[in-house]
Design a protein around this ligand. Structure first.
Ligand SMILES: C[S@@+](CC[C@H](N)C(=O)[O-])C[C@H]1O[C@@H](n2cnc3c(N)ncnc32)[C@H](O)[C@@H]1O
Length: 212
């Protein structure tokens, strides 16, 4: 079932939370088929569940402003962002998997859906200056070569405000961004939550610029 956005709701009327409270079977099937076709790129057997979506978006509010999402897949974090009050037109969704593009365009018609490798963020001028308040990343960084992780982070921070943050999911036991990469880019990482109520269990890291 394709779920529509609820932008017709009047201001002040709560957006139904049903979208983050369950995961449609069709999403699990299409996501798993995509994983079978390209396990390295998709990097997970099932879409993220509501517990990790809540962790990923816990610090984001309507005041965050423009948000970039990297690797939205079927959109579990995107729905959670809308539930947090982010305006759909403030969303830029960067997805490399062609399987997900049409679905994202249908589900989030006011968002900007960009079919592109997240490592090319700095090759295209997605924003003037750096107005972005948060980057949400569902990318499987652990399976990517270091130069690609550097390209993704430096591209993303090129759009982030000074007070902006990059939120990264991982299924590993520590931050998926190696210390030399963080050091080289002047960044710091902090774990802001873990959950076992996800397949697989997941943690979320907040990456920010180091204070001068
Ligand atoms: C682990 S899945 C996460 C999907 C979704 N965020 C979730 O949590 O269910 C990783 C997603 O990143 C996408 N992806 C992988 N490499 C990418 C890249 N270089 N640029 C943009 N998207 C990429 C995949 O197609 C997939 O949708």
């Amino acid at each position: 079932m394709v779920m529509k956005s609820n932008n017709h709701l009047e201001p002040g009327i709560a957006r139904p939370r049903v979208r983050t409270a369950r995961m449609p079977v069709a999403d699990i099937i299409s996501f798993s088929l995509s994983w079978i076709r390209n396990p390295l790129r998709v990097a997970a057997v099932a879409p993220s569940g509501p517990a990790v979506a809540a962790l990923m978006t816990q610090e984001i509010t309507a005041e965050t402003g423009p948000v970039i999402e990297l690797g939205p897949g079927t959109g579990p974090f995107t729905y959670a962002l809308l539930d947090r009050g982010v305006r759909e037109r403030d969303l830029t969704l960067i997805e490399y998997g062609s399987d997900f593009i049409r679905l994202l365009q249908t589900r989030f018609p006011q968002a900007r859906v960009v079919w592109m490798d997240a490592a090319w963020l700095d090759k295209y001028k997605l924003f003037e200056n750096a107005p972005v308040g948060a980057v949400i990343s569902g990318l499987g960084l652990l399976t990517m070569p270091p130069h690609k992780v550097v390209a993704i982070l430096s591209g993303a921070f090129g759009y982030l405000r000074r007070d902006g943050a990059f939120y990264q999911i991982t299924y590993g036991p520590r931050c998926p961004i190696a210390d030399p990469i963080l050091d080289g880019l002047g960044l710091q990482a902090a774990c802001i939550g873990q959950t076992r109520r996800n397949v697989p269990p997941a943690s979320v890291y907040r990456i920010t610029r180091r204070k001068p």
